[in-house]
Ligand binder design. Structure first.
Ligand code: PAF
Length: 301
């Protein structure tokens, strides 16, 4: 039994609020031979999410999108309360992109009786976002594990914009003893951008007009370092300085980090090897908005 079946312009989307109801829908679908793609989100969907849903729909008959603003991944002074929410808009985006179901649980459904057992992934969580937001990745790993137990995905789709998160999720899947988690294939798709390069994000709605005009400096900084790399630059310090120089053209931007590191371990190198897979990452604040972005450089691609 599902809560509601909503007709969006392109298709029906079943909406589930409980794990039990979602499991019976998934069991029926599997009996008819369907495989399951899932797209975990916190809602307020944008084109980046739509591209993940479209890709999932191209490969799986059943596509479940979760919409859950997960309190455990927000720090005490972060934006949990004001995080944007618009279920009807999300429903239309899911239907138009080819999603078949939405999992829209309450906090109580995900964390019964306030129960807290936390999953900690080490190795890729101590630096960058983990250093700025110390409890963030425990919240992400814990909720993704619980969402996978609810959505039982064959394949789960994530955006590259949250690059460090994708490493955490891959490690979670590789090390989890839970079959619902360790059987999932993780697919990471490229960041979707506005025409001026700004990475699409639900949080872009916080940007004032002035912030929005200044925000593309982050992509310009990443692109400048990528261009220098293409011209043969392999020094991490030089690549980082090029990013900082570009970022300093917007004086009101507060840079948290601008760094070039190994793309697999996130560890620094002073000089990159020619065949090393690297990632350029920036986190910065504009007004009251915290923005992150990255570019991956894979010399073997
Ligand atoms: O990327 C997000 O939207 C969230 O971190 C996720 C993966 C849905 C977990 O809450």
């Amino acid at each position: 039994m599902y809560l509601r079946r909503m007709t969006t312009p392109n298709r029906d989307v079943a909406v589930f609020t409980t794990i039990a109801d979602l499991h019976s829908y998934l069991a029926d679908a599997r009996r008819s031979g369907a495989t399951v793609g899932c797209v975990p989100t916190m809602g307020y969907l944008h084109d980046g999410h739509a591209s993940l849903i479209r890709e999932a729909a191209a490969h799986h008959k059943v596509v479940v999108v979760s919409i859950f603003v997960n309190p455990t991944q927000f720090g005490p002074s972060e934006d949990f309360e004001r995080y944007p929410r618009d279920f009807d808009r999300d429903l239309a985006i899911v239907g138009n992109a080819g999603g078949t179901a939405i999992f829209f649980p309450s906090v109580e459904e995900m964390y019964p009786s306030g129960a807290r057992s936390t999953i900690h992934i080490d190795g890729v969580t101590e630096m960058l976002e983990g250093a700025q937001r110390p409890t963030h990745f425990d919240g992400v790993a814990t909720v993704v594990s619980r969402l996978f137990e609810a959505m039982l995905p064959d394949e789960a789709y994530f955006g590259q914009k949250d690059y460090q998160q994708t490493l955490v999720v891959k490690r979670l899947v590789a090390t989890s003893p839970l079959e619902a988690v360790n059987r999932a294939t993780i697919t990471v798709l490229p960041t979707q951008r506005e025409v001026d390069g700004l990475a699409r994000s639900s949080r872009n709605v916080y940007l004032s007009q002035e912030d929005r005009a200044d925000a593309p400096v982050i992509f310009r900084a990443l692109s400048r370092a990528r261009m220098a790399y293409a011209d043969g630059e392999r020094s991490a310090t030089v690549l980082e300085q090029l990013m900082l120089d570009e970022l300093s053209t917007v004086q009101r931007l507060q840079v948290e980090y601008a760094t070039a590191v190994d793309a697999v371990t996130l560890l620094p190198s002073s000089v990159f090897a020619d065949d090393q897979h690297i990632v350029l990452l920036v986190a910065a604040r504009l007004g009251s908005t915290r923005l992150i972005d990255n570019l991956v450089i894979d010399p073997t691609a």
